[in-house]
Design a protein around this ligand. Structure first.
Ligand code: ADP
Length: 219
């Protein structure tokens, strides 16, 4: 979808997570209404977002007055104050929003949020913690897991496949990973094809089971 067609988004809570969501959306050209009860946060984001309001978002009446019922998507980015997070999701759900993303602190918090109307619950700290654990393997440069088993990773080309075209190194057959893309120093990523030759400083984007990617990175 092009930026101009993106629907306006409500971001409640402009802490580190909410601020990053709101700022990124804004940079992509999406209209963002940011809400925070903290004046400093409101001032901090006033120039970057379409509109920023200083209110207590647990008050359904105030949210209605702000016209939040017209938003198709909302992000509730309050983690530390679980009561405020729950009351806000409930208020948005009662106002009829059907696309509510909410940040959770733990599994119990997540289950409550899902029960009361959150459609997507995210755990930014846990996910980042898991990623860092994988990235401590210094051959892995980036890592995104999909569930417990599957991942996509960016890694330095392992030495045994350097100097060979991909079809000769047979990564899928030998190591159970698929090389999706290749980045050569100073050049853009290219899609990997059978005759892509791997150079010593290439970075690869590979997909596969987590254990297979870890094994491949260490060959
Ligand atoms: P992070 O870890 O991402 O910084 P926090 O949970 O610490 O997340 O921050 C959440 C933000 O939500 C803070 O800026 C805080 O001022 C705001 N906030 C918390 N409770 C309310 C509320 N009831 N109404 C509006 N904003 C709130």
């Amino acid at each position: 979808m092009s930026a101009s067609k993106r629907k306006p988004v409500l971001v409640v809570g402009l802490g580190r997570f909410g601020g990053a969501v709101a700022g990124t959306l804004s940079k992509m050209g999406t209209e963002v209404l940011g809400i925070d009860s903290n004046r400093q946060k409101v001032q901090q984001y006033a120039a970057d977002l379409t509109k920023v309001v200083e209110v207590d978002c647990t008050d359904g009446y105030v949210l209605r007055q702000l016209g939040v019922a017209d938003f198709e998507a909302a992000v509730v980015a309050i983690g530390s104050d679980i009561e405020a997070s729950v009351l806000t999701v409930l208020a948005l759900s009662e106002l009829g929003l059907t696309n509510i993303w909410a940040k959770a602190n733990n599994d119990r918090h997540a289950r409550i949020l899902e029960r009361i109307g959150a459609t997507h619950v995210v755990f930014p700290e846990q996910r980042m913690g898991e990623r860092v654990a994988h990235l401590l393997n210094e051959r892995l440069l980036d890592f995104i897991a999909f569930g417990d088993e599957f991942a996509i990773a960016r890694l330095c080309a392992p030495e045994p496949i350097v100097g060979l075209p991909l079809e000769m190194s047979a990564c899928r057959r030998k190591y159970d990973v698929t090389v999706v893309g290749v980045k050569r120093a100073g050049k853009a990523f290219i899609h990997a094809v059978p005759d892509t030759l791997i150079f010593p400083d290439d970075e690869l984007v590979v997909s596969g089971k987590i254990k297979d990617i870890e094994r491949f990175a260490a060959i």
